[in-house]
Design a protein around this ligand. Structure first.
Ligand SMILES: [Fe+2]
Length: 382
């Protein structure tokens, strides 16, 4: 087997890393587009983001018309602004939504057409503008992936632009930016990060290289997520979560994700359920479905989640991994049932049809998932 492992060229991590933003952006030119989550502006963090840019005398245009599960048209809008302002670099600040809009906008400046033209694999023809990503949640890992996930109204769905041209040039991770994140968002984005690490670890595309980062991600997230949710100002927990989600992102960029993500897509696309909620809810149910096909790796996950390893059979430890993931999600108040989200059972066949179209994650999944399997997983999760 040969391994192909890609990583963004520069990752700057640590408290105060944000101070590097201006110096890094200036390498690409004098004008930047700042694509920023409005929640960051509301939290009063705008000044601290602008400061390092102003210090380098950069001309900054701000685009903050971002919403959760953003529509393709929002990326088109951001790209229009980048073109009008003739910027040379797009900076994405926020969670996955802001970063994905920024990444998509960067390639839409140099490639004709609309964001919806490029949803799929390797449809982007030319490199885009330089991209610097600054995550403020410990979740999507979008700062180190080649994907931008955007929603469409017709047909109602979510789909990714997947292209190596979307790999950011620089990722700046400063845990002090995530301190203000509310407990609920900390919980849901944290479960997304855990899902990345677990699904990448058990993916058919996993390699010793991606496994190393995935395992480290699982360990860090499991040990720090509860504290980050309960004590938001705990900088150690925030820092470990940000590192854990970075590892999850690197693992997913190389090994892909699995059936949790495929089955979660219709929840976001049709019902606008936040990505982290959908993944966090489905993760234990899909693990139950998968367990027989990946006993050893789930057993290892059991150990990484803090379960006693010696004298315990792999099968037992694998089951423990699932119950520990369930317990973690309960402890941080992730919804446990689809019925709690107001989704009716009658939608399951349609949701399963939509999930079946998310082919790459399904191919990576350790157990083959049929439409009937998908419906039955939704039923168990109901
Ligand atoms: Fe995800």
């Amino acid at each position: 087997m040969t391994y192909d492992f890609q990583i963004v060229p520069r990752i700057i991590f640590g408290e105060g890393a944000l101070g590097e933003l201006g110096v890094q952006a200036k390498k690409f030119g004098e004008k930047v587009l700042l694509v920023i989550d409005p929640a960051i502006l509301k939290a009063g963090l705008h000044e601290s983001i602008l400061k390092p840019l102003q210090k380098e005398n950069l001309h900054v245009s701000t685009f903050s018309d971002i919403e959760p599960e953003p529509w393709v048209e929002i990326a088109d809008e951001a790209a229009r602004m980048a073109k009008e302002e003739k910027v040379s670099c797009v900076i994405g600040v926020g969670g996955g939504s802001a970063m994905d809009v920024a990444k998509a906008a960067s390639i839409l400046v140099t490639n004709a057409g609309k964001a919806s033209d490029y949803q799929g694999l390797d449809l982007v023809k030319k490199p885009g503008l330089a991209k610097i990503m600054v995550p403020t949640t410990a979740g999507t890992g979008s700062e180190v992936t080649f994907t931008a996930v955007l929603s469409r109204k017709e047909p109602k769905m979510k789909a990714g632009i997947n292209s190596h041209y979307l790999f950011p040039e620089v990722a700046i991770l400063d845990p002090s930016l995530s301190v203000a994140l509310p407990p609920k968002t900390t919980a849901t984005t944290g479960m997304d990060a855990l899902t990345h690490a677990i699904e990448a670890y058990t993916s058919y595309q996993a390699s010793p290289l991606s496994d190393t980062v995935a395992r480290e991600g699982i360990k860090l997230i499991a040990a720090n997520l509860r504290t980050a949710v309960r004590q938001g100002k705990n900088l150690d927990a925030r820092s470990n979560m940000l590192l854990g989600s970075l590892f999850g992102g690197i693992a997913l960029a190389n090994a892909g994700v699995g059936a949790v993500h495929a089955l979660a897509y219709p929840l976001g696309g049709s019902f606008r359920i936040p990505h982290g909620v959908a993944n966090g809810l489905l993760l234990p149910y899909v693990m139950k479905f998968n367990v027989k096909k990946c006993v050893d790796k789930y057993a290892d996950i059991g150990g990484l989640l803090g379960e006693k390893v010696s004298g315990v059979s792999p099968a037992h430890l694998a089951e423990k991994a699932i119950s520990e993931v369930t317990k973690l999600s309960e402890d941080i108040a992730i919804p446990r049932k689809l019925s709690e989200l107001g989704i009716d059972e009658k939608n399951f066949p349609e949701m399963a049809d939509a999930a079946m179209k998310v082919s790459r994650p399904l191919e990576n999944n350790p157990r083959k998932v049929s439409k009937e399997d998908a419906i039955s997983i939704y039923r168990t999760a109901y």
